[in-house]
Design a binder for this molecule. Structure first.
Ligand code: 5AD
Ligand code: SF4
Length: 486
């Protein structure tokens, strides 16, 4: 496990220190004693099941949660049924995610009736909404622990509290002041890893709940980020994904401000690291300095995710996005001029309040002009508490659905044409897994984020190999490995 520590050296006869992360290691050791006693009683290891939904930020948080729990002696299981501890790491960016969680809670209740010792912990973005916590506190009394996005590092302490007091524990912070470094993490992939570079968002796009549930922007110190990446490389990682809601404003809040472009150059200099990705870039903050850094840094992958949200300047203003259709298109031109092989992907929302047919046509127009390699398309979802939720002219669901279908068709048609353009070439692929559908095949990711399936064995997982792209299949390629060039 990454950042594993020896807990036996901790003196548990003393009170817990207030200093972090030492305090958390103390509680991991305390919890470990409890877990040991319980597993001796039950004659088997204590099992933890973790369900994570939502973005890469949540996936990364779950790796930290699991790291702490495994360090405390739990063993991970793939099944809820039979687990001693279930942790749900929730997302709340769109309404349907919330509905699913309440549905799952009903199911967990039935499991807990059969196994009353089972512990249920709820965390993540949804728990940062006061009405959700209130609903759980009053209607889902069987939940044991509720915590939010700012204190995931405290799970051992909170769980210890729950077990020793026997009461439901609810611990939600409105915002986080400090960033706790150096905690363990159970990394999902041995060869690639997300790396948080900043937390929170200051942009307040009017449809978005993220700034309310993830708090204000806080950047990690460049030194801490670089140290973590060096450790990851030593642990076998060849590709990192730098994570932040808006990476382009990285470092502005630090005592000694650092730009994202300069961070990128410093990460690029780390020996042994092969690939760098990052997510997400806000178009309003994408500087020339950053475009130059992307162009110059050979490890930066040829893929940029640049959320458009809408192609209509009028809607973009109502969304509080701080750019116009023309500015976005100029930015795309500039990127393509400097880095012609850069794949572009995007996020688009259909049916934002007040969106007319003309506004929607502007979105279609941008899609036709930019020709994205792929696009995530979303139906606007009303999030209580955001400014857009109380805008008067919400669009009728039937109209939205019809526009959404038109957009999806266009996006897919363009993507299949764009993705096929490298057919016949030899490109480097990072082998990620065995192909689920075809025995004897493996799946690799190209620098531009497109997948390629080709014959090969699992021993190649985690390596970068040259692959000839022999057939374009719409969103992916089939290929064959080429001999390495000297
Ligand atoms: N409705 C629909 N989509 C949304 N997104 C964020 N908030 C909403 C909402 N209320 C989309 C945006 C963002 C992506 C992560 O989710 O496109 O870029
Ligand atoms: Fe939400 Fe906008 Fe922040 Fe992205 S930049 S997390 S869409 S508020």
């Amino acid at each position: 496990m990454f950042n594993e520590k020896d807990l036996t050296a901790i003196d548990l006869t003393q009170e817990a220190t207030a200093e972090e992360p030492l305090r958390q290691y103390y509680f991991m050791a305390k919890l470990r004693e409890l877990v040991k006693t319980l597993s001796e009683e039950r004659g088997r290891p204590l099992l933890v099941y973790n369900l994570v939904v939502g973005c890469q930020m949540n996936a990364k948080d779950s790796e930290k949660l699991l790291g702490i729990l495994l360090q405390a002696g739990f063993v991970e299981t793939e099944a809820e049924d039979g687990a001693d501890l279930v942790v749900y790491n929730t997302c709340t960016v769109r309404e349907n995610a919330n509905q699913k969680v309440y549905g799952r809670l009903g199911y967990l209740n039935s499991l807990k009736r059969q196994n009353p010792d089972m512990l249920i912990a709820m965390c993540g973005c949804m728990m940062q909404e006061p009405h959700v916590v209130e609903t759980i506190r009053t209607k889902y009394r069987f939940v044991d622990l509720v915590f939010g996005t700012h204190n995931i590092y405290k799970i051992a302490e909170l769980l210890y509290l729950r077990v020793t007091t026997g009461k439901m524990v609810i611990d939600i912070l409105k915002d986080a002041k400090t960033i706790v470094e150096d905690l363990p993490a159970q990394r999902k992939y041995s060869f690639k890893s997300g790396v948080n570079i900043m937390f929170g968002c200051n942009n307040f796009c009017t449809y978005c709940i993220v700034p309310y549930v993830r708090g204000r922007e806080r950047s990690r110190k460049a030194e801490d980020i670089l140290k973590e990446i060096r450790q990851l490389v030593a642990d076998g990682v060849v590709e990192v994904m730098l994570l932040g809601q808006n990476v382009n404003s990285y470092g502005k809040d630090l005592e000694e401000p650092v730009s994202f472009a300069s961070l990128l150059r410093r990460v690029n200099d780390i020996p042994g690291l092969k690939r760098i990705r990052f997510m997400t870039s806000h178009p309003k903050d994408l500087s020339d300095e950053l475009i130059e850094a992307m162009r110059d840094c050979e490890k930066v992958c040829r893929h940029l995710h640049l959320p458009l949200q809408s192609g209509s300047s009028r809607i973009l203003e109502r969304m509080n996005r701080h750019y116009t259709k023309e500015q976005y298109l100029m930015l795309v031109d500039k990127i393509r001029r400097e880095i012609p092989d850069m794949a572009l992907t995007t996020d688009i929302i259909v049916g934002f309040p007040g969106e007319t047919e003309e506004d929607f046509e502007d979105t279609m127009d941008v899609v036709r002009r930019v020709r994205y390699d792929s696009a995530f398309t979303f139906i606007y979802s009303k999030r209580t508490g955001t400014p857009a939720a109380s805008m008067p002219d919400q669009v009728a669901p039937g109209v939205v659905k019809e526009r959404f279908d038109r957009l999806l068709k266009l996006v897919q048609q363009i993507a299949s044409e764009t993705v096929g353009k490298d057919c016949g070439k030899v490109l480097e692929a990072l082998v990620e897994e065995e192909d689920e559908h075809q025995p004897g095949f493996i799946t690799g990711r190209l620098s531009n984020n497109v997948m390629v399936h080709f014959p090969g064995g699992r021993e190649l997982i985690g390596t970068i190999v040259p692959v000839r792209l022999t057939e374009a299949k719409g969103f992916y390629y089939l290929g064959r490995m080429e001999p390495y060039k000297e």
